[in-house]
Design a protein around this ligand. Structure first.
Ligand code: GLC
Length: 546
């Protein structure tokens, strides 16, 4: 694929420890992942986003990097990584690597040096501050809960960590940090990686006066005003972009921790990040056409035509959309999931599918606190236990806040460990996992998996679905519908999020004729004016000239 290949790609997020175990230790790895490349090729995706695979003590499952130049031994060797990239590329699948520039593991050699003494040469690579009246330097809170400052007795100072205390924030005001990180990017680009997913990239700079954050009106909920999106961040983003794009055809997607489209829009477009994750859409809590439509519409209004949205509804940090959008009925859940798939793969934007969503994997519910794996869930649990709450209350909160829910092993087949591993997996499988496996869905023509495959194939073959602009984008009675156009060709998309059938006057939208491309509920589309769109129905049709 040429320059800007990413504008036309369908990405697939692989949460490495949970995808496929190739060496029988219960943890996913490169060998396992490589063995599943044919599956991904058949699914039709064009790009893989690999979650962090670098050497790490895994307090936050790899988002705490101890050595940016080594593959974590749980995932294999450098040779396994290189072979994987080569095999993916042979199948025309690009690979982007998750990169954590904001913080390192507390076990990283840089931090080990930094904490030696106040005048160590690496001291200023991290953010150290004196105590204020025997307490932390200010009120900043960690995104995982509690203060964001950790006291170091040996040097009588605090260091800053926006996440867990084992994830120490780097001081990007120090040019040596920047240079060291550019070296890291160079290393992986030279290895042939096709780009990066930049973790919490808007956190790189913090307010240099370390002003206290305010709280939401009369609550104890902190507004993160001074610890992200601070001065200098856009210049850094531009420098990173310039560097990465000095290599031909590389791609940058940024995780900008915000649901505010007005913030997100500052970070993407030519000369900046190619795209950012649109949490404004992706993390909507309810299955609701109107709010989804409003976000699609706002992205049209607020983004310039050089800024392209991303389309995703699940990730390793949130509940899977099939569970999040559930109304409690298993069959309805799958229909809704197909509707979301249809929208994601035909609306304007770059889609990111989360592993397992294509087979309708459900959230994992943790029933025993000793099996909690995610640091955020564990912190929430311990906090409530310490403040006197019952085990049940604490566990409920841990399930809510924790991210184990979307990290369970990929469900390949019906065997006891779902074909993920020959050994007990590092994290549990959800109950009823055997109802949704690749093995049982692949041969069912109307399964969610087959629908994904058909949709992606269609998208890969249809220029309008990849490149078209909207000429209409509308909402009415739980229906979202649009027309996209490219080179004088047009595609119509209709999605019924309501529980009831809805009439739609197609002739009002387009006066000529049309041909059905795909639907989850019908095999043809009459050329009459008014049609009845069934509940949870997706209709994608090509509009014809008479
Ligand atoms: C990002 C990652 C998340 C991680 C956090 C800290 O939000 O997606 O998994 O915990 O950054 O690195």
């Amino acid at each position: 694929m040429e320059q800007n290949w990413w504008k036309q790609a369908v990405f697939y997020e692989v949460y490495i420890p949970s995808f496929c175990d190739g060496n029988g230790d219960g943890i996913g790895d490169f060998k396992g992942l490589t063995s599943k490349l044919d599956y991904l090729k058949e699914l039709g995706i064009n790009g893989i986003w690999l979650t962090p695979f670098y050497k790490s003590p895994k307090v936050d499952n790899g988002y705490d990097i101890a050595d940016y130049y080594q593959i974590d031994q749980d995932y294999g060797s450098m040779a396994d990584f290189e072979y994987f990239v080569q095999m993916a590329n042979e199948r025309q699948i690009k690979v982007i690597a998750d990169l954590v520039l904001n913080h390192t593991s507390s076990e990283h050699a840089w931090f080990q040096e930094s904490k030696q003494s106040k005048n160590n040469t690496k001291r200023d690579w991290y953010i150290w501050r004196d105590p204020v009246v025997q307490g932390p330097p200010n009120n900043w809170e960690s995104f995982f809960g509690g203060t964001a400052w950790e006291y170091d007795e040996a040097t009588d100072q605090y260091y800053y960590h926006a996440f867990a205390k084992e994830q120490v924030d780097l001081n990007w005001a120090n040019p040596d940090v920047k240079n060291a990180m550019f070296d890291v990017m160079k290393f992986w680009l030279d290895k042939g990686i096709d780009g990066f997913r930049l973790d919490v990239i808007n956190f790189l700079t913090v307010n240099r006066d370390f002003k206290n954050n305010p709280y939401k009106n009369n609550t104890d909920e902190q507004i993160h005003l001074f610890d992200k999106d601070q001065e200098g961040i856009l210049d850094l983003v531009k420098e990173i972009s310039q560097f990465v794009h000095s290599y031909p055809s590389k791609f940058l997607v940024g995780e900008v921790g915000s649901e505010d489209l007005n913030v997100l829009k500052d970070y993407c477009g030519p000369g900046k990040l190619d795209v950012v994750f649109n949490f404004n859409l992706g993390s909507l809590p309810k299955f609701d056409a109107e709010s989804i439509f409003l976000q699609l519409k706002q992205m049209e209004q607020i983004y310039t035509n050089q800024q392209i949205p991303t389309l995703f509804f699940s990730s390793h940090d949130m509940s899977r959309h099939i569970s999040r959008f559930s109304n409690g009925d298993r069959q309805d859940e799958e229909e809704r999931a197909k509707l979301i798939a249809g929208l994601m793969l035909s609306a304007k934007g770059v889609p990111f599918i989360y592993y397992g969503d294509e087979i309708g994997m459900r959230d994992l519910i943790i029933e025993d606190p000793s099996t909690l794996k995610d640091v955020q869930g564990k912190i929430a649990y311990e906090f409530l236990i310490k403040s006197g709450h019952s085990r049940e209350v604490a566990l409920e909160e841990a399930n809510k806040k924790g991210r184990d829910k979307s990290r369970s092993p990929m469900q390949w087949d019906q065997s006891s460990f779902a074909g993920f591993s020959t050994a007990e997996p590092w994290i549990h499988l959800p109950n009823n996992f055997h109802l949704n496996t690749v093995e049982n869905l692949i041969h069912e023509p109307f399964s969610i998996l087959c629908f994904y495959r058909q949709l992606i194939k269609l998208r890969n073959e249809n220029d309008v679905m990849r490149l078209g602009s909207y000429t209409r984008l509308e909402y009415k009675n739980h229906l979202i519908y649009f027309i996209r156009e490219y080179n004088n060709e047009r595609v119509l998309g209709i999605f019924n999020f309501g529980g009831m059938s809805q009439f739609l006057d197609l002739k009002e939208l387009y006066k000529h004729s049309w041909k059905l491309l795909i639907s989850n509920k019908r095999s043809s589309l009459e050329n009459q004016s008014e049609i009845v769109v069934l509940p949870n129905e997706v209709i994608i049709a090509s509009l014809l000239e008479d």
